[in-house]
Design a protein around this ligand. Structure first.
Ligand SMILES: Nc1nc2c(ncn2[C@@H]2O[C@H](COP(=O)(O)OP(=O)(O)O[C@H]3O[C@H](CO)[C@@H](O)[C@H](O)[C@@H]3O)[C@@H](O)[C@H]2O)c(=O)[nH]1
Length: 317
């Protein structure tokens, strides 16, 4: 079978990377995935894995000269908000520098076959005072992580506008679902699965459960990225929210876990887990993405929570 195109996915071993690769492979694309580990989480006859650090400028140059990529999905980066305060240099280096190395290599190589370059931004780029954030809402990053993603967005826009590289920014909100996410929902589901096995006390320790986030299933996010990758001629450097359009409280997530847990458990709110600055409400509008690509999310929140729990049931110690 001839592949529909050759896609580079940086960060293929990540939560979203694995799902984007699976979606593209099942659509008929060939994929080259990069990551820092020695091996790839995914095996497929049309998937090749390249070990690559996003700070390795020569490695990035060499990769882009070795393959004729038709599409690029750039997901590799430093995504931990808390760690970004402790080591802003690392966060900025990987998130801004990594994107810059890719874009600069592309500018020099000028690959005629490249149709789209989609990179993952974050909802945290916005001034989070708005109730349903749209792409034209003001930005006001707070953490070094959010600043790094916003600087990356500017770099992508610059290379799009000045050098006509087909860049698109997927401004991504909170992702949920199976596949090893690092957020609160994954953490809670992992602990509930361990409680069921008797390896963890039946008390769920949490931080602030009243905060609300726009949770989108990671598989729906993967299909949104693929739609964006294939979208016809958006302006270079265009931003698209990738989100569900609904805000759910962390308490709702815990209630869904309680509903599906095979044993009862208590909740203990631990004040030491509260964040110094935490956004109480975060939700975005996905209308632009729907309108321009025809994308629709299809996995309800309860299914995402249940699938996450089931995955940890199969793997919990
Ligand atoms: N992690 C965690 N969060 C908790 C807990 N209890 C309550 N929370 C609350 O749950 C909310 C979501 O936290 P996370 O799931 O850690 O996600 P995040 O900080 O919003 O960041 C994620 O989403 C961003 C996009 O909106 C991403 O950019 C970022 O990389 C990350 O994936 C926060 O308000 C946090 O205070 C807990 O025990 N652990």
């Amino acid at each position: 079978m001839t592949a529909l195109g050759l896609v580079l996915i940086t960060g293929v071993n990540g939560f979203l990377g694995k799902h984007v690769a699976e979606t593209l492979l099942s659509d008929g694309f060939a994929v080259v995935g990069t990551g820092r580990s020695s091996s790839c989480r995914l095996q497929h006859e049309r998937l090749q894995y390249v070990r690559l650090d996003m700070m390795d400028e020569a490695g990035i140059q060499s990769l882009l000269r070795s393959y004729e990529f038709t599409h690029i999905v750039h997901l590799a980066g430093a995504n931990d908000v808390r760690k970004s305060y402790e080591d802003p240099m690392h966060t900025l280096g990987v998130n801004v520098g990594g994107a810059l190395y890719l874009l600069e290599a592309l500018r020099q190589i000028n690959p005629a076959q490249l149709q789209a370059f989609v990179a993952a931004g974050t909802a945290y780029e916005y001034d989070l005072k708005g109730s349903l954030l749209k792409e034209d809402c003001p930005v006001l990053p707070v953490s070094p992580y959010a600043w790094s993603k916003h600087m990356m967005t500017s770099v992508l826009r610059m290379y799009g506008r000045i050098y006509q590289l087909p860049t698109r920014i997927a401004r991504t909100f909170n992702l949920i679902g199976p596949g090893g996410g690092a957020g609160a929902c994954s953490q809670f589901a992992r602990e509930v699965a361990a409680m069921e096995k008797g390896t963890y006390p039946a008390i769920l320790q949490t931080g602030n459960l009243e905060t609300k986030r726009d949770f989108l299933d990671v598989r729906d996010a993967a299909s949104a990225y693929c739609r964006l990758l294939l979208a016809k001629s958006p302006l270079p450097g265009s931003v698209y929210n990738v989100c569900s359009g609904h805000a759910y409280s962390l308490r709702e997530i815990v209630q869904l876990l309680k509903k599906h847990a095979r044993i009862p458990f208590d909740i203990q709110i631990d004040a030491s887990r509260f964040r110094v600055s935490d956004v109480p409400h975060l939700a975005g509008s996905c209308e632009k993405l729907k309108l321009h690509t025809g994308w629709e999310p299809s996995i309800p929140l309860e299914q995402s929570v249940l699938d996450t729990l089931n995955e940890y049931r199969a793997t919990a110690p």
